[in-house]
Design a protein. Structure first.
Length: 267
């Protein structure tokens, strides 16, 4: 596994992480075994970045992640999110404590604002985020689905900390962030965490077969390799299936040439 620095933090996170949207959908914990096994296999293969959210499966995704990392919490980097309508000061603090409880950990590594909410002053949300850092409940602050102007406001609202990452949709089939958010992240050394890098499982059919043959990769692996070709990007595919997780973990063992990346981009 290859690792990259999170923002300007010095923290190393795996270039391919593990998304956990829709994990723990079943209310019966016995049904979680396959998803937990998949996450544990990913950890074994060096994927230390795990992304969840208070919203996912009504909190059960966080519970499932907690079960998966119970005996290896210090080896993983847990990213979770607070969502509207919990962006007022006291609600942020409460939501974080709830996430920490569901995860069964004493702190989260990265606490992200899931979506911006113009109804709540960003300063209010960020002052709560910084209090959480001071209290030792959170290590780093991230944002998600923030435009460049919203990211600028978020950074200006922080007194002592920096925005480490912006989690946004990015895949071979959805490249809109290349217009502004990606160049901004590169310039400002903010990690772009690419969500839905496999286009929600709608794997691209346009990938040139000569590239797949040359590297012995599946189209999904090529999509992840492509999405993380920029040093500022990490990707968080979701794989409930252990075979998918293994495939994803080995998607960047070699890098394509820039001409091959270009060929994929124009495919
Ligand atoms: P995704 O990762 O693009 O696609 C997931 C789908 O691809 C699943 O159906 C999965 O199947 C399948 N898959 C995984 N690996 C595969 C492989 N090697 N070959 C073929 N199929 C494969 O979609 P996503 O879940 O929307 O996004 C990933 C993560 O990003 C989420 O889990 C979440 O953590 C985050 N996210 C964040 C936001 C946000 O607003 N911040 C929004 C959406 C997503 P199996 O599960 O059966 O293995």
């Amino acid at each position: 596994m290859e690792y990259r620095q999170l923002g300007r933090t010095g923290e190393k996170i795996s270039v391919i992480g593990m998304g956990c949207w829709e994990m723990g959908l079943s209310k019966n914990h016995k049904d979680w075994a396959g998803e937990i096994a998949s996450l544990r296999r990913g950890i074994e293969l060096g994927m230390n970045l795990i992304d969840t959210a208070e919203r996912y499966s009504s909190g059960r995704s966080e519970e499932l992640v907690g079960e998966a990392v119970r005996d290896c919490r210090d080896d993983v980097f847990i990213a979770t999110k607070v969502a509207p309508p919990n962006l007022r000061h006291d609600a942020v603090i409460r939501a974080c404590k709830e996430s920490v409880r569901r995860l069964g950990v004493s702190y989260v590594d990265l606490y992200q604002i899931h979506w911006p909410d113009s109804a709540v002053p960003i300063r209010e949300t960020m002052s709560a985020m910084e209090e959480l850092i001071q209290a030792g409940l959170v290590r780093y602050i991230g944002i998600s689905n923030f435009s460049v102007p919203e990211a600028e406001d978020a950074r200006a609202a922080l007194a002592r900390s920096e925005i480490a990452s912006n989690q946004v949709e990015y895949s071979l089939t959805n490249r809109s962030v290349e217009a502004d958010i990606l160049p901004y992240c590169v310039r400002e050394k903010i990690t772009l965490m690419a969500y839905s890098p496999l286009a929600h499982g709608k794997i691209a059919r346009s990938i040139p077969s000569d590239i797949l043959r040359k590297y012995g990769m599946s189209p999904a692996q090529a999509m992840l390799n492509w999405a993380t070709r920029n040093q500022q990007v990490v990707a968080i595919p979701k794989a409930s299936n252990i075979r998918h997780q293994e495939e994803n973990a080995s998607s960047i063992v070699v890098r394509f040439s820039s001409a091959e990346y270009d060929k994929m981009s124009s495919g």
